[in-house]
Design a binder for this molecule. Structure first.
Ligand code: SAM
Length: 322
């Protein structure tokens, strides 16, 4: 492969003697459906509905020398369903260091290796980044077959602005770290997308409300599956809803951009409270903000309750459980 093709990662058909630009080379708009591709091919697979796999993905998987996957048992189910019997090689965080040199060796010998994950797009909160880096560093051919990813499906269903968005991955499990990471995201002028485990959703939403304020948000659950559901509202109403208990299944949290103008968190009181609530209990945050702003403690307290979605709850010193 010439340097230009190599640097652009342009795929080449097996056995092809043609060079880029000759008539035998597929045009950009008409890449063949049936083709064996040299090098590493990053292939997106369904996030729930087995039908969400592209014709090209099936073709490439069927003709690969081997398929790298996270969990062979998980991938086997999908592949068997589509009659794909290529050899599977486990590639996951626990064996990646050991496997990478072997994989690079096979790619150097001209093999076609497909990389898939348990679900969705590899590298997106899934293994593959270091392998892709190594393949690029080695100048080996690489391409990607795009397809499902829960982040994009959730974004388009959320009803929140899609023009600018930030994929924040998964937040830390521990409350204090989670709030710290959320605080780093407060100024991003776009929609935020998070992957979250369903059992942590109530605590995460409570933290999001206290740190990000009552922004519009959506919870996208079980996308492409039988019980797909998107619950839209704002962080206060969603935190209140899920405080009754976590949902089942897989979820993506989508949070709208910072509100502007006369919106509540643009107000100095809200900003001061939001900041204080990152590290203090509600009671201490109210005390601190009342002292620094000179506002009546009662007024600050009422606003803090609204910000944290605790309006109407009994008691005045609710703590922020991690
Ligand atoms: N690589 C995948 C992708 O492209 O979407 C993501 C893998 S990550 C390990 C798994 C997380 O993705 C889940 O915890 C959940 O937050 C989200 N997710 C995956 N499938 C989903 C689905 N069908 N509905 C909602 N969220 C999903």
């Amino acid at each position: 492969m010439n340097d230009e093709a190599r640097s652009t990662g342009k795929p080449r058909r097996a056995g092809s003697k043609s060079h880029p630009g000759t008539s035998a080379e597929p045009s950009d708009s008409q890449a063949p459906e049936q083709s064996r591709i040299h090098g590493l091919v990053v292939v997106a697979t369904p996030i729930g509905n087995a039908g969400d796999i592209s014709l090209r993905a099936l073709s490439v998987l069927k003709s690969a020398d081997a398929i790298l996957c996270e969990d062979t048992r998980v991938s086997m189910k999908l592949l068997m369903r589509h009659g794909i019997r290529q050899p599977l090689i486990a590639y996951h965080e626990h064996n990646a260091e050991r496997m990478r040199p072997k994989i690079l060796g096979r790619l150097r010998r001209g093999e076609s290796l497909a990389l898939i994950s348990d679900a969705g797009t590899p590298l997106v909160s899934d293994p593959g980044y270091k392998l892709v880096q190594a393949v690029i560093a080695d100048g080996l051919p690489i391409t990607a077959l795009p397809g499902p990813s829960a982040a994009l499906a959730a974004l388009v269903l959320s009803g929140l602005p899609p023009d600018r968005f930030f994929f924040a991955g998964s937040l830390p499990v521990r409350g204090a770290q989670r709030r710290h990471e959320l605080a780093e995201l407060t100024a991003i002028p776009g929609t935020l997308i998070f992957y979250e485990a369903a059992n942590r959703l109530p605590a995460t939403l409570a933290d999001m409300l206290s740190v990000l304020g009552p922004r519009p948000a959506a919870i996208a659950r079980e996308l492409t599956k039988l019980f797909e559901e998107v619950r839209r509202g704002d962080l206060a109403s969603l935190a209140a809803h899920y405080s009754a208990g976590p949902p089942r299944g897989e979820v993506v949290v989508v949070v709208g951009p910072p509100l502007v103008g006369n919106a509540p968190e643009a107000d100095a009181l809200d900003r001061a409270l939001t900041k204080a609530l990152v590290s203090l209990t509600l009671r201490d945050a109210v005390d601190q903000v009342a002292a620094t702003t000179g506002l009546a403690r009662r007024a600050v307290y009422v606003r803090a309750l609204a910000l944290t979605g605790k309006t109407g709850e009994a008691g005045g010193g609710a703590d922020k459980a991690g």
